[in-house]
Unconditional design. Sequence first.
Length: 474
Amino acid sequence: MATQELVLSASSASGSSSSRSGGSTSTPAIHLHDLATSSHVQAFKTSSNGPNSLATVRSQDGVGGTVWAIQEGKAIAGVWAWQKDQQHLKLHLPERLTCFSISPNGLWAAGGSPNGQVYVWEIASGALQASWTAHYRTVNSLTFTPDSALLISSSADASVHVFVVAHLLDPDTPGTYSQPYGTLGDHTLAITAVAVGRTANANGGRCWTAAEDGTVKVRPLSNSQSDASQMWSLSPPFDLLATFSLPSAAKPTSLVVDSAERFVYVGSGEGNVYLIPLFKRKGAVGGAEAIEGDGLGAPSIKADLACLTVESPVTCLALSHGESQLLVGTRSGEIHIHSLPSHQQLRTITAHSGPITHLSTLVRPADLSNSASRNDPWPIMEIRNLERTRVNVSSKHAQTVGISLRPSIGSSRLDRLRRASPQAQLVSAQHVTNQGEDNSAALSQEVRELRAALDRAVKLNEKMWNGVVDLKLA
């Protein structure tokens, strides 16, 4: 059976207008669509989310995954299970959050607040592991590296901090986690988007940041600000690798990097999407080399031409798993699907009436509510209420962590391969019995032959001994 790829999208209620077909407004929800056909698959109601406020936990090890969304303007997190479209849980938060993220391993949840505070929870117990003031202005986004080892926070104060997750969870070093592992601080205006490479981990990698600042300090522009996208190293000393500048009127709102880190797409508030190649062709035919940014203090690399344009400001970007399609979310609530590398528009999804705030692609979960293959019920992952204050070490050790152990209801594919039918088992038993009888007869015959040989040897030895004795006596 072919794998089905889905589009997960969410929107904000602010700025939503009446539907294009009439005067009524649609209920804000989190939607799933088939990427290949754009047909609607499922809706999780009712949810209105701000930017960078939705995260998912994938279904794995026989435990059903979940969708988490911070409700816009409220100190509430809604949780939906893939198995049902109605809300599974409603969690109360310490304060209203502006961004939210869950680590790829599904163990940790992180949230940022308007006053620069960052919270980190353990999902299984709900324990607040760390809480500190990371920025002095609104936290715009929180991003985990693919190995869940680093947490990257961005803010309206134009700074990007990198924190080691292990230090945030260490009870023996309280208070030291507020010191970032590194700072990406070359921007001068608010950060609008952050992306990390697929290979980024605790040992290094690359990070891309987009902001509303200009490159005037390295390449002055006459009284105008050209917004920039920058590329950083994720290993100390976190060097600036390159700066890519957009046209002076462009204001970047989102960016997405392909898994091989060959190119970056940047969306702007003017409805343009810019393609930034990270490699350029050599003089030799078929050759390629990395673009040399020369780091801090070097002239920025211009990205002047937009590869595609939509009618509404771009709010979100996403790539399909095969990176053959680019998804563009807009402020009008439309999702445009473009073919790559031609950038030809294929389809448009119009399920939302408000600005698109989340856009991603995923493989269809095995426990999705309307999946035809759901013959075996999956237990939903254990989720506790998220604590508002940190507890001391002794209380933390006394906390209980729930783990869902899935009963062995059905057989796995490996079990089916190992198991044989009753007829095959009977034939196998008969074969073993017959083979055992044949082996027994052969062994008996061999014993008889050995005994006969032994008797002949004894008689020969006795005859020789008698001959020697008679010879001596003669």
